[in-house]
Design a protein around this ligand. Sequence first.
Ligand code: TPP
Ligand code: SF4
Ligand code: MG
Length: 368
Amino acid sequence: MVKDPEGEPDLAGFKNKGMCHEHADETFKRSTGHFTINEFLRYVIKDPNIWLMLDKQQGFSDEKQKGEMIMEALDVKLQLKPKEYRSAIEPTWCAGCGDFAVTAAICNAFSQLNVNPDEAIIVSGIGCSSRLPLWMRTFGFHSCHGRALPVAIGIKLARPELLVMVTIGDGDAFSIGGGHLPHAARRNIDITLVVMDNQIYALTKKQVSPTSREGMKGSTTPYGTIDSPMNTLTMMLTYGATFVAQAFAGNPKVTGDIIKQAIEHKGFSFVNILSPCPTFNTVDTFDYYRPRIYNIDETHRDKTDRMKAFEIAESALNHTINPEAKVPVGIFYKAEKPVYESRVAGLKGKYHGADITDLKAIYNKFRT
Ligand SMILES: Cc1ncc(C[n+]2csc(CCOP(=O)(O)OP(=O)(O)O)c2C)c(N)n1
Ligand code: SF4
Ligand SMILES: [Mg+2]
């Protein structure tokens, strides 16, 4: 759109798109290159009486508030570009880290879904991957190692309207935090769990993780680990997750699309992303995965077929013992089931639960 005082502005491009109120003004100026919201509105709404009326409106003395009110009335919304979901903090990850592509994929998914950054929170644990919320403009919570899921569950129960995403590493998810996975899955709470699986503890400099292949050498396993890698896909299917997927950081477009579908899914969604760490895992690299990756979506169309999902997931680790074996990515399973937060709200309604608890009254009740 160009600033042409004689011509009619084209509103079509601005209809039905997501807008973040806080940043709407700058975003609008950036996306049009010419107008701020209020400049634009003064141009569209030429009748001075409307502006006079707005000036008199109590509580709307501020230009920005007025602009936002009119934007809402006109159903004019703005769509943030993927890079506008990034914060001003530059990632401290090593060059070539797979987690850059995961961040880009999340930003793409958010942009496609018009996510309002003020209505989204990303919760992480501890690890290289768990730094991701710092680079994002959404709310974030950098919690403790292995405890991102309980924090996220608490947030979702307190504020069910928020988009809640968890971004953690394989050590965080399947070692120290492994005990939280079955419960999040069986409850079917509407949270998207994104695991950046580099098959190593990277932050602490190369210890084997539950997904490390047999024989992997690490700083505490100099002769190679004798533990078998955990198949996290069959595990999450068994736990009852209603959305189970795998992606590869080497293909951010497909990864972004899978994350988008995981966010759209009403319920607990699990996305395992093969995200190489070139610094501490020189075996499971981008070059290793690239020729082995295949997309299951062409052949596995009925995503409610749980047995088929198990069958494909069973083969996911064959490549660690057979160099010819392929690595499946795509959506393995998807099912509808009531979400936890709605069921909690149902209970609250039925038994007249209150959000503001009178702790004193509870203490007194049990003080005898
Ligand atoms: C309670 C606790 N135990 C251990 C640690 C040390 N620690 C920090 S990160 C980490 C593992 C990180 O591996 P992963 O979750 O795979 O993340 P990555 O760094 O590979 O992205 C460990 C063991 C810690 N910070 N807190
Ligand atoms: S050590 Fe590995 S996981 Fe950590 S930032 Fe560097 S490349 Fe990424
Ligand atoms: Mg890791």
